[in-house]
Design a protein around this ligand. Structure first.
Ligand SMILES: [Zn+2]
Length: 323
């Protein structure tokens, strides 16, 4: 029988079966250690998928818009900012790399610019191009690598719908899965790039989508009247820092609902840890105010109190401890 060419599929239905963690670990191991790839796409896409677990709606659907925004950001920063080649042959460039480099040339964007620095309207144009060229290759292929169990998809609907057991699993082991994915992506890049491009490669890959500035969120929170330290209540009008309530190493996407202002001393004390449950209840109350108000409500897509509570729970499962 001819082998199914998953990357060519335009839609796929996930198998309607009960999956245990052991079943999913088997597929995860296969994906990381045995499935084939001629470009870095599968790792780039899996990274985008992990980052976008916070963008699921109640049906566990994630839009291509969200997925490919992360995917484009990852590739822009790897290709332009870090000058890393993305295919396993030096003669044939990956399609996504070509699209990004052509775009950079057309708009004369300097290499030093990371994705955040590009104007919003140009970002949208590039995301659209990467989505058009990338979705055909990555969505079906990943579905096949995971034995038709991870999600359903339809290229026309522009979204994937995760299997609930996978959603739970990916949240529960997110940190370690992110690390293995970063490691495998780095290993691939190391094979096909010259030594001079590989300086601090693991850090480049780990922080590839990290924002350079959280100023936008600082201004928004101050504008909304939250100008005291979230933890000690001292005024922070002069020196404030933006704190990821659930640590950045767990939620890589930047959400206003997860940001609070802190004084430098509380921020240093909290660092990569979890705040207390009573602080979480305070954050829920604060979000309850912002979620209905212009201009903040636009930042609350897919937010719910349950989601924040579940993130608090999942980050504990991922080893984060309270301050
Ligand atoms: Zn403080």
């Amino acid at each position: 029988m001819e082998k199914k060419q998953y990357w060519k599929l335009t839609n796929g239905e996930m198998k309607d079966i009960y999956l245990t963690d052991a079943d999913i670990w088997k597929s995860i191991h296969y994906f990381f250690y045995h499935s084939k790839n001629s470009t870095t796409y599968k790792f780039g896409f899996f990274k985008a998928l992990l980052e976008n677990l916070s963008e699921t709606n109640e049906e566990l659907e994630i839009s291509f818009e969200d997925l490919f925004k992360s995917f484009t950001k990852i590739y822009w920063n790897l290709v332009v900012h870090h000058q890393l080649w993305q295919a396993n042959t030096s003669t044939k460039k990956s399609k996504v790399q070509s699209v990004i480099e052509d775009f950079q040339t057309r708009y004369s964007i300097p290499d030093e610019w990371n994705f955040d620095k590009i104007a919003g309207i140009q970002q949208s144009e590039l995301i659209k191009q990467v989505k058009t060229n990338g979705k055909r290759n990555v969505i079906g292929a990943t579905y096949g690598d995971f034995n038709e169990e991870i999600y359903s998809f339809d290229l026309k609907n522009e979204s994937i719908k995760l299997h609930s057991a996978y959603y739970e699993f990916l949240q529960k082991y997110k940190r370690v899965l992110t690390d293995v994915n970063n490691y495998q992506l780095s290993l691939f890049l190391e094979k096909f790039n010259e030594a001079e491009k590989l300086n601090k490669l693991l850090s480049k890959v780990e922080f590839v989508t990290q924002r350079q500035s959280l100023k936008e969120f600082e201004l928004l929170l101050k504008h909304a009247g939250f100008d005291t330290c979230f933890y000690c209540k001292k005024s922070v009008t002069k020196r404030s820092q933006v704190d990821h309530f659930i640590p950045w190493s767990y939620i890589q996407n930047d959400h206003l609902w997860n940001f609070v202002l802190a004084c430098p001393s509380c921020n240093a004390k909290k660092s990569n840890k979890l705040a207390s449950e009573s602080h979480m209840n305070q954050l829920i109350k604060r979000n309850e105010i912002l979620v209905h108000e212009t201009p903040y409500k636009g930042y609350f897509t897919h937010y719910s109190e349950e989601k924040l509570r579940s993130y608090y729970h999942y980050s504990q499962e991922n080893g984060f401890r309270k301050v």
